[in-house]
Structure formats: C-alpha cells, structure tokens
Ligand binder design. Structure first.
Ligand code: ADP
Length: 386
C-alpha cells in the first residue's frame, strides 16, 4: 500500500510540474497523435486541450514540416536514426491563428512496456529573437552615430582630400583651354591632359563614394570581403592625417588570405578607429610608426593587427579602453573602442588589446572565415609601406 501512496505522490508532483511549467510540454504517440498537453502548450499555441488531444501533432507546425512530420516519425521508428530526439533544435511552430513563431524543442522518448511515447518540451523564442533584433538595431544605430562623429573629426582632412583632385582637374582643364585658345593644341598634349582630368575625377568620385558608404545608415549586411581591400580603402581615408603627421605605415598582408563574411562598412569603422587611435598615440613621438598585419589565425579565423610606436597601454588599460566613455583625450568621447568591440562580437569575432612592455599598443581583431573559402586572396598583396 505504501508503494501505491508513493506512486500517487510522485504522480501528483509530476502533474504539478506539468501544470505550472512555463514551457509547453506535448506528449505524442508513435502515430504522431497527441496524447497530452500542459496548460503552457494551450497558451502558447492558442488551442484548448480538447482541440489538441487525439489529433496529429503536425497541426502545431507550419508547412512544409506539417506534411513531412509523419514521415520523420516513421523513419525514426524503422531506422532508429534520430534527427531531433535527444538532440533538441530550433524549429518553426504555428499557432491556431496561423502565426508562425521560432521555438526551441527538446524531444525525448519514453519506452513503456507496450508502447513508446515521445515528449516534446517547447520554448517560445519570439521574445528572445525580438530582443536580439532590438540589440542589433541599437548597435547599428550607435555604430552609425559613432561613424558620423569620427567623420566629423576627420572633416577637414577629407575636404582636403577631395579638394586635391578637384584642384588638379581645374588646372588641367585650364591648361587645355589655354592651348585650344592659343591655337597650339597638340592632340597628344590634349589627350594627356584630358586623361589626367578623367583620372583625378575618378579619384575624387571614389573618395566621395567611400564617404557616402560610411555616412549612410543601412541595415547591417554581410558580404564576402577581402581584408586587404578594406585595409587599403581605410588607409586612403586617413592618408591626409598620416601625411600631415609624417607617420610611417607598414602593411603586411599574408598571401592567399581567406576572405571573411562581414559588414564591410562596420569592419572599416573598426579599422578606422584603430588607425586613428594609433595616429593619436604616435603623433608626439620621435619616429612615429604604425604597423598593420592581416593573417590567418588557426584554421578558421582571420586576424588583423594594428600596432603602434606610441606610449602603449598598461595591463589594466587593456580592458578599460573598451569601456564606454573611457577616454584620456581632452576632446575624446570614449565610444570608439566600445562600439568596435560590439561590432566584432556581432560578427562572432573578438577585439582585444595587448600591452607590450616598453613598446606601443597592439590591437587585434579576429574574425571567423566562412566555412567554404571560395575567394582566396591574390598573391599580389605583399608588404606595403607608405
Ligand atoms: P576616444 O578615442 O574618443 O578616446 P576610444 O574608445 O577610441 O575613444 O579610445 C579610448 C581610449 O583608449 C583613448 O582615449 C586612449 O586613452 C586609449 N587608446 C586607444 N588606442 C590607443 C593606442 N593605440 N595607444 C594608447 N592608448 C590608446
């Protein structure tokens, strides 16, 4: 008798757990027919218990899974090959009103003497997904603001950079005009001057289009990008600052470096931030130098390092520099590195700083490379100095 009491007590306890669980718990028979559901399942799917029990569980899934589910159970029963049982995974589920929502499902098998049951514990991921989207939008918006601030600071240099080709265009065009008006317009001379006009025009247009990319606010977009190209483009944007401060920059790009799947503008933003910080760090030093290196890291990552000959960082600073609003500059905002790290993490990558005793700061960005590397870098990118 004591055994019966024990069983009914544990049954009562189990029922209490099922009744109060936040996750939906659905038990089905081998045929796929629902045997029991808990209140959370009723709430999650919008059906009453009577509408569910005795019907095929596929009613809780959208097409095409709805049509395939019986087949999956049959395959499992005949081959024992589990695609979801004991593994758990993310699926799409469908409510009574037809809305589809992301869910996490863990299925386990219960073998009874005469039959088998399957129990599915389902968690609604809608809220988590929404939070992830909100976090992504917040990051995008913060990153955009930080880019505008950075560009604002660079404004005079950028104006100069665009002005240079424009000035060149005007002087070549005036030389052509003079030659034509004076009647001494040699075709070869005109051809050469007009060629330069076109070249300088293209150069100015390139700078403007690069800026437009950084100014524009777009949804984060992943594409296969070549880090060598990103380095070259970012260097162009800060070239005026580099020359003004007489900073030597060395770039070393590993031959055949794999491409990465990333948001080009955001990776340029990280690099821009690292480079400009490095420029600030070295500007009052005797022999200002910055080194950039892109290479493989392990089998599945690509690493980009920016190193400088400045005063460097203490071990404590190596973490603090990534805190929001940490700055040691009189007009600094202290958001650049915090945002850069968030961007790196949103790419499943890492950004960190290393202190090197008696040497300058070293910042490293590591990004995962796509599983299938179909865009190897051309061997033409070797060492470059400016
Ligand atoms: P900000 O440049 O506005 O200060 P950041 O987040 O980009 O904001 O940088 C935070 C701080 O990190 C800087 O103020 C500086 O103290 C430190 N820092 C960043 N890069 C370097 C570097 N290369 N060398 C030394 N200190 C650096």
């Amino acid at each position: 008798m004591g055994g019966d009491a024990g069983i009914s007590e544990s049954r009562a306890r189990l029922l209490a757990i099922l009744e109060t669980a936040v996750d939906a718990i659905v038990t089905i028979e081998e045929s796929g027919v629902i045997e029991s559901v808990n209140p959370a399942a009723e709430r999650m799917f919008g059906y009453a218990r009577e509408e569910l029990v005795g019907r095929n569980v596929s009613m809780l899934m959208p097409s095409p899974w709805r049509e395939e589910h019986d087949h999956h159970i049959q395959r499992y029963l005949s081959t024992g090959e589990a695609r979801i049982i004991g593994i758990g995974r993310e699926v799409e589920a469908q409510r009574k009103d037809g809305t589809v929502f992301p869910a996490d499902i863990a299925v386990s098998e219960v073998r009874l003497p005469a039959r088998r049951l399957f129990t599915g514990i389902i968690r609604d991921l809608t809220e988590r997904r929404e939070m992830e989207v909100r976090a992504r939008l917040r990051l995008e918006s913060a990153a955009h603001t930080a880019r505008l601030l950075e560009l604002g600071e660079m404004c005079s240099g950028i104006v100069h950079e665009v002005n240079q080709p424009l000035t060149a265009i005007v002087s070549f065009a005036e030389a052509c005009l003079r030659a034509v008006r004076g009647g001494g317009a040699e075709p070869a001379l005109l051809e050469d001057a007009l060629g330069r006009v076109a070249e300088q025009g293209i150069h100015a247009a390139e700078i403007v289009s690069r800026l437009r990319g950084l100014v524009r606010k777009e949804e984060s977009r992943r594409e296969v990008i070549d880090l060598g190209d990103v380095i070259a483009e970012t260097l162009q944007l800060v070239d005026h600052e580099r020359r003004r401060r007489s900073i030597g920059v060395t770039v070393r790009c590993e031959t055949g470096l794999p491409a990465v799947n990333a948001d080009r503008v955001q990776i340029e933003q990280i690099l821009l931030n690292l480079l400009r910080n490095a420029f600030h760090a070295v500007e009052d030093t005797e022999c200002p130098r910055v080194w950039m290196q892109a290479d493989r890291s392990g089998t599945d990552r690509v690493r980009l390092v920016v190193e400088d000959s400045g005063p460097g960082l203490t071990p404590e600073q190596c973490e603090r520099v990534f805190e929001t609003f940490y700055t040691t500059k009189p007009n600094g905002l202290g958001v650049g590195l915090a945002i850069s790290r968030s961007i790196a993490e949103s790419h499943n990558g890492r950004l960190w700083a290393e202190s090197q005793r008696g040497r300058g700061a070293r910042f490293a960005l590591e990004l995962p490379r796509p599983p299938c590397d179909s865009h190897p870098r051309s061997p033409s990118h070797g060492k470059r100095e400016s």
